[in-house]
Design a protein around this ligand. Sequence first.
Ligand code: HEM
Length: 97
Amino acid sequence: MIGPLFPEDINPVIDKQYMFLSQFLGGPSLYSDEHGHPMMRARHMPFPITRRHAEAWLSCMRSALEEAGHTPELRDLLIERLSGPAYHFVNTSEEET
Ligand code: HEM
């Protein structure tokens, strides 16, 4: 569902995601130091994101957290923290797709 939105070379996105999540979760401001203010909703505007995309993104993140071996408590906490932003980035209704 969300794979086609991403570029073929996913590595730069992986790096940015690492930097962003580090600071989002209270760590060092790696993302802002290199890329400026996160403005994450604005940065997602070029991509049509529906509620189904947000659900798919959260489901991929849940699988990744499972694969990485995190505890169910930490997985639930992170998914809860990320659900707000994920639904906030929705910028397209299902009818528009
Ligand atoms: C709601 C569903 C989401 C979709 C469909 C989505 C999709 C995308 C896409 C297509 C890109 C751009 C890749 C590129 O061409 O460079 C991107 C970038 C990014 N996304 Fe998401 N995303 C979603 C939610 C989130 C959430 C919840 C977060 C974190 C709270 C997040 C963090 C990022 C970051 C840090 C970048 C890199 C921004 C940059 O270019 O500097 N995304 N996302």
